[in-house]
Design a protein around this ligand. Structure first.
Ligand SMILES: [Zn+2]
Length: 446
C-alpha cells in the first residue's frame, strides 16, 4: 500500500505513462466513522498495474488527479465514490460508469460481482464491502479483495461499451457520464434531522423539536468521536424519545434504545436535549412537514389536486411504457422527481417546445428529453376522461405518436383537450386515486 510521498510520486509517474482508461475505486468506512472520507483508493491502468493508496497517509492526491486528467476514469457507481475522491483532490474530466452502463443496457443486476460474472464470466470474491476500511494496518486479505475491485473494471467497460453500441444507447450513456462528471458537488441537505428513519410517526411540533435536539446532540458527539452517528444513538431511539416525551432520565432509560449499557451521564445528556425541546416556545419549534420546495408527496395529490394526480398517473404510465420498450429502469430514463414537477405545474400551453424546455430546465439530458417529451406532451394534454386515460400502460409510444394517438385518440377526448374543459375530471370516479396507487405499486415493485 502506498503511504508516503516518494512511493506516491513513483506511482504517479507509472500511471501517467500507462495506456487506456484508468480504473478507479475508493473504500469508505460508512457505518463506522462519522464522515464519508476515503480510507483506501485503488487504481489500475494498462502498463502501470494496480496501485493501492492510503489516503490517510497521503491526503492530497491532486497531483495524481492532475496526471490522469486527460484520461477516462472507469468507476462502478461513480456517484458513490466521486465525493470522497474530490475531497482528496481527484476529479475526473471524463468517466465511464459501469453500473450506470449496466442499467442503461437493461441488466437486471448491476452490482459489480453480478456484472463481472454475467458479462465477463469471472466470479469475484466478495464479502469485504461492509468492513471497517479505517482499520490500520489493513489486513492482507482485505487488500487483495480491494485490488480485485479494479482488476477487471476496464475489461467490463469495454464489453459494456460494445453492448451499449449494439443497443444504440452509447451516445445516451456518454451524455449520462458527462452529466455526472460535470455535476457540481451536491449541496448539503437542509434540515438533515428530518431524514431520521421513522419520522413519519412524529407529527406534533414539540415532538419534532425533540427529534431535532437529539439529532443535533448525537451529531456533535459522533463528529467529535469520529464514529458513525448510528453507533452513538439509533434513529429508532430518537423517535421513541420524541413520541414519549419522557419527564426525566429515569423515564428515558425505560425506552427502547436507551438504558442498555448507557451510563448515567449519557442518559442525562440525552434527557437534557429532550428538556431543551420541551422548554422551547412555539415559535422556536420546527414546522411540520417537508421543508423542501416542490410538489407534495404523490400520495397526497388526489386530495390536493385531483387533476394533477390524473396527469401524474398518465405520465407515469407513459414513461413506464417507454422504459419497458427501451429495456431500462424508469428512473434512468427520466428522474421521477422531474416527472412529478412537470405534472404538478405543467408549462402553459403544453406542447413539445414547452415540455422540452421544462425537462431541460430540470436537468434532463438531451436523449431523455427526446425519448420522453412526446409521451409527456400526450399524457399532459389529455384529461382523465376514461379509465384508459389514467390506468392503462398502453400509453402513446415514442416519437411516432401524433397528438391524440393511442387510447386517448377519440374525437371526444381531443375535443375535451381543446376546450380545456374542467368537467372531464369526472370527480367521484375515484380514477386519479386508483391510478396513482396502481402506478405507485408498480414502481415500488420494480
Ligand atoms: Zn470497492
Amino acid at each position: 500500500m502506498i503511504a508516503d510521498d516518494a512511493a506516491l510520486a513513483e506511482m504517479i509517474a507509472a500511471f501517467a505513462a500507462g495506456s487506456g482508461p484508468v480504473a478507479v475505486d475508493a473504500e469508505r468506512a460508512s457505518g463506522y466513522r462519522y464522515g464519508q472520507r476515503a480510507y483506501l483508493v485503488q487504481l489500475r491502468r494498462e502498463g502501470a498495474g494496480t496501485a493501492l493508496i492510503d489516503p490517510v497517509a497521503c491526503p492530497d492526491l491532486s497531483a495524481l488527479g492532475e496526471a490522469l486528467s486527460s484520461v477516462e476514469w472507469v468507476l462502478h457507481a461513480a456517484t458513490q465514490d466521486l465525493p470522497c475522491l474530490r475531497e482528496i483532490g481527484m476529479v475526473p474530466t471524463r468517466l465511464f460508469d459501469t453500473e450506470l452502463a449496466g442499467r442503461l443496457a437493461g441488466f437486471p443486476r448491476v452490482g459489480l460481482g453480478a456484472m463481472v460474472e454475467g458479462v465477463l464470466g469471472f466470479v469475484l470474491e466478495k464479502g469485504h464491502s461492509a468492513v471497517d476500511w479505517s482499520t490500520r494496518p489493513l489486513p492482507e486479505p482485505w487488500l487483495r479483495y480491494a485490488a480485485l475491485d479494479v482488476e477487471l473494471l476496464v475489461d467490463l467497460r469495454d464489453a459494456l461499451e460494445k453492448e451499449l453500441d449494439r443497443q444504440g444507447k452509447l451516445e445516451w450513456a456518454r451524455q449520462e457520464f458527462d452529466a455526472i462528471a460535470t455535476a457540481p458537488p451536491p449541496e448539503p441537505r437542509k434540515d438533515p434531522w428530518r431524514r431520521t428513519s421513522g419520522m413519519h410517526k412524529v407529527r406534533r411540533r414539540r415532538q419534532l423539536g425533540v427529534v431535532r435536539e437529539l439529532w443535533q446532540t448525537r451529531d456533535r458527539i459522533a463528529q467529535r468521536r469520529d464514529v458513525s452517528p448510528g453507533k452513538v444513538l439509533s434513529d429508532a431511539a430518537i423517535v421513541e424519545a420524541a413520541l414519549a416525551l419522557p419527564a426525566n432520565a429515569h423515564a428515558l432509560a425505560a425506552l427502547n434504545g436507551f438504558g442498555n449499557r448507557m451510563s448515567r451521564r449519557q442518559l442525562e445528556q440525552w434527557q437534557a436535549a429532550v428538556d431543551r425541546a420541551k422548554a422551547m416556545s412555539e415559535s422556536q419549534l420546527p414546522q411540520p412537514g417537508q421543508s423542501v420546495v416542490g410538489p407534495p408527496p404523490p400520495r397526497a395529490w388526489a386530495d390536493k389536486d385531483p387533476e394533477a394526480a390524473a396527469r401524474l398517473s398518465a405520465a407515469r404510465s407513459a414513461v413506464s411504457a417507454v422504459a419497458e420498450e427501451l429495456n431500462m429502469p424508469q428512473e434512468n430514463l427520466i428522474a421521477p422527481d422531474t416527472v412529478r414537477r412537470v405534472c404538478w405545474e405543467p408549462p402553459q400551453p403544453v406542447d413539445p417546445d414547452s415540455i422540452t424546455a421544462a425537462l431541460t430546465a430540470l436537468g434532463a439530458r438531451p436523449w431523455q428529453v427526446e425519448q420522453v417529451a412526446p409521451v409527456l406532451v400526450a399524457a399532459l394534454s389529455a384529461k382523465a376522461t376514461n379509465p384508459q386515460a389514467t390506468g392503462s400502460t398502453q400509453a402513446p409510444q415514442g416519437t411516432s405518436a401524433p397528438q391524440g394517438a393511442g387510447p386517448l385518440g377519440s374525437p371526444e377526448a381531443a375535443g375535451a383537450r381543446e376546450n380545456g374543459s374542467q368537467e372531464n375530471g369526472a370527480p367521484g370516479t375515484g380514477l386519479p386515486d386508483d391510478g396513482v396507487r396502481q402506478t405507485g405499486a408498480r414502481r415500488t415493485g420494480a
